[in-house]
Design a protein around this ligand. Structure first.
Ligand code: ATP
Ligand code: MG
Length: 430
């Protein structure tokens, strides 16, 4: 028989292994808590959407739509796409389910996204985002609320050294006038632009500001600033946002070259950047998109939101050695049991302890007392609970501290029916 070739995961798509998943769960829990306490409700949309949705919302000259989407025909010949981002999906769901009719919405989502990019540190083909979207407000107070939530999440996670950059892209008129000025400036340096930027000079010049090419970035130093083209209303709104951020004690810098990689934004855009993380330094990005709902067939509804990359967030937490990244999966209690009656009781004790809110690992299979204690030590549990043959007969359990404790704990034997309460008290006193 020939040896079968080993099947590997698809390039750029990662398994999240048990050693990592407790940190993932913790990060997701922190996000869910912060969002729900601020009055946001979760929305869950399918991972696959009709291809038109992204072509119509993200913009056909963006990297995502022009070269990164996982698009395929299903068995009916319909063109479908694995979602590359969440906003268009939420807008589609909102329109379809009437969420925008005379209502304001504060929503959040989480899940995998798919982009056919070159895999490297912080950049994968399947990656995960949590995101927030708000509908029905044109004022910058909602923007401050959303930015404040990101900052609350970072604080709760212990993430430091993350810089907030903000910019305003103004309205359609601003961008039209700015586009002309930028094209005029860059046309003088056409031969210094890379191929992508040369092409964009005629298709979508603002996207040149988003170029990752160092030479192009150097040219842009002297380029006109979009902030000089804003309407009075945009200026007012942008400065109100800045006042709110100051009141919230959220540090920020204004970066007039920040445009973001998607075409749908207007007025406020922002990114949270962790410079130490190298080229893939943006952890979270978003902005205002007041035209998208209408563009996708809904009645005009302003929107504001962000997407946050969980792989990047988690890698940064680990690189910064944030306490949360040292999550252990050590149980509170390890249950040792010898003999069949003891095992039966151990299974019952496990239920009682879990119901009392403790985490428990129960030895399974055949093993001597010595063997089981080795496992108990290895588990790093705080307490071992022992049901030997004698304890099983007497319906008792011996409790043995495994870790050195502030006040030394003696081994004690207690009735099985009392063990959950006693363990609760012991763990509190450790
Ligand atoms: P970048 O400029 O780094 O390509 P982007 O502008 O394409 O980011 P968005 O579409 O705004 O990013 O997505 C929001 C966040 O999702 C990013 O800030 C990043 O943290 C994360 N993200 C985007 N693409 C990837 C990817 N391919 N792999 C991992 N995370 C990603
Ligand atoms: Mg990108």
């Amino acid at each position: 028989m020939s040896k079968q070739a080993q099947i590997k995961a698809v390039r750029g798509m990662n398994d999240i292994l048990p050693s990592q998943s407790s940190l993932w769960l913790e990060v997701e829990r922190v996000c869910a808590n912060v969002f729900s306490r601020n009055g946001y409700q979760q929305i869950r949309t399918p991972i696959i959407e009709s291809t038109h949705l992204f072509a119509r919302s993200i913009g056909s000259d963006t990297d995502i739509v022009s070269k990164e989407m996982y698009t395929f025909d299903d068995r009916n010949g319909d063109s479908l796409t694995l979602r590359p981002e969440g906003t268009a999906c939420v807008v589609r769901a909102g329109i379809e389910n009437g969420l925008f009719y005379n209502q304001q919405q504060r929503l959040w989502y989480t899940g995998p996204m798919f982009r056919h990019e070159r895999p490297q540190k912080g950049r994968y083909r399947q990656f995960h985002q949590v995101g927030v979207e708000c509908y029905g407000w044109t004022t910058p107070d909602i923007e401050a609320e959303v930015l404040s939530m990101v900052s609350q999440v970072f604080k709760a996670l212990g993430l430091t050294r993350t810089e907030l950059q903000i910019n305003s892209l103004g309205d359609a008129d601003t961008r039209e006038r700015y586009r002309a000025a930028l094209v005029e400036y860059l046309s003088g340096y056409k031969d210094k632009l890379d191929e992508d930027s040369q092409r964009r000079l005629s298709t979508n010049p603002l996207r040149i500001l988003d170029s990752k090419n160092q030479d192009v970035q150097a040219l842009l130093e002297e380029a006109p600033s979009i902030l000089d083209f804003l309407s009075e209303r945009s200026v007012e709104s942008f400065s109100r946002l800045q006042r709110y951020l100051q009141a919230l004690d959220i540090a920020f810098t204004v970066n007039p070259r920040l445009v973001r990689g998607l075409d749908y934004y207007n007025d406020t855009v922002f990114e949270f950047i962790n410079a130490e993380f190298g080229a893939q330094s943006t952890v979270c990005g978003g902005g205002r998109y007041d035209r998208m709902v209408e563009q996708l067939g809904g009645k005009p509804t302003p929107g504001f939101g962000f997407g946050m990359g969980l792989e990047r967030l988690i890698q940064i937490l680990q690189e910064q050695d944030a306490p949360i990244s040292r999550q252990t999966s050590a149980p509170d209690v390890y249950l040792v049991s010898v003999g069949d009656l003891a095992r039966e009781q151990a299974l019952q004790l496990q239920v009682a302890l879990v119901q009392a809110g403790h985490s428990v690992q129960c030895f399974m299979g055949d093993g001597s007392m010595k063997n089981q204690f080795k496992r108990a030590d290895k588990s790093a549990a705080a307490l071992a609970l022992i049901v030997g043959e004698q304890e099983a007969e007497a319906q008792t359990v011996s409790i043995k501290p495994l870790r050195r404790t502030k006040t030394p704990l003696e081994q004690q034997t207690v009735a099985q029916k009392d063990v959950a309460n006693i363990v609760t008290n012991l763990l509190e006193s450790l």
